[in-house]
Design a protein around this ligand. Structure first.
Ligand SMILES: [Zn+2]
Ligand SMILES: [Zn+2]
Length: 228
């Protein structure tokens, strides 16, 4: 356990919530100075907390301490855009993009857009929190869940939506990758539905591998890829 006094732990959680709420509200990651102002701490304290949050996998920072990912939010393009009523987000991966309407109270439906990695055909869906979108496209996840955090940016970049199975096969052979998991859009939507629940609120706890595996099973995803 890191040695952190209660005030430090409270400030760290305030930093986490401020990062998430800024991304939710604006689509943009806050910088250290604006975080310091919003949590009433020094920039150095905020920087230290960002590193602790990254170590605990609540977010991903780059070498200059910029926030890159705070799942399901992304500060960098990963193949998806998500348009709300007044806000535009980089969607992160397929899983993250489909999660946004479930997490954002004021955005019951969003427009998710991408291109097929194999043939570059454009695809877009209105994704709501009520039911999965129509569409015969498929998502392909390359990296098994046990290895997600080995290189989480690479993992997210390879959770994409393709026209169909034949485009998945084309991409796998041209990129020299082995097949991961293929999900239809309804399954992708169910995966995204409750995965990030609570992340905008204080006191959020990440799932451990056991509860994550149980969640995957509940939404119909089973086997070694999903760790269950
Ligand atoms: Zn295609
Ligand atoms: Zn992702």
């Amino acid at each position: 356990m890191p040695m952190i006094d209660d005030n430090g732990a409270i400030t760290r959680e305030n930093v986490r919530v401020a990062v998430y709420r800024t991304l939710a509200h604006s689509g943009l990651a806050p910088d250290i100075e604006s975080l310091a102002a919003s949590v009433e701490a020094s920039p150095d304290e905020v920087r230290a907390h960002l590193h602790e949050l990254a170590d605990a996998r609540h977010l991903v920072i780059d070498d200059d301490d910029n926030i890159v990912l705070a799942h399901p939010f992304s500060a960098i393009p990963m193949g998806f855009s998500v348009m709300g009523r007044e806000t535009l987000w980089w969607g992160g991966c397929a899983w993250d993009s489909f999660a946004l309407p479930h997490l954002l109270p004021d955005e019951p439906e969003v427009l998710v857009a991408t291109t097929c990695p194999a043939c570059s055909r454009p695809h877009a869906w209105t994704v709501s929190r009520l039911h999965p979108p129509d569409g015969a496209q498929v998502a392909h996840f390359l990296v098994p869940v046990a290895e997600i955090w080995d290189d989480v940016i690479r993992t997210c970049k390879h959770q994409r939506i393709f026209c169909d199975e034949s485009c998945v096969d084309d991409w796998l052979s041209s990129s020299g990758n082995r097949r991961g998991a293929v999900l239809d859009l309804a399954t992708l939507w169910r995966l995204s539905e409750r995965w990030y629940q609570g992340r905008l609120d204080h006191g959020y706890q990440r799932r451990d591998p056991t509860t994550a595996a149980a969640y995957f099973r509940e939404v119909g995803l089973t086997g070694p890829f999903w760790g269950n």
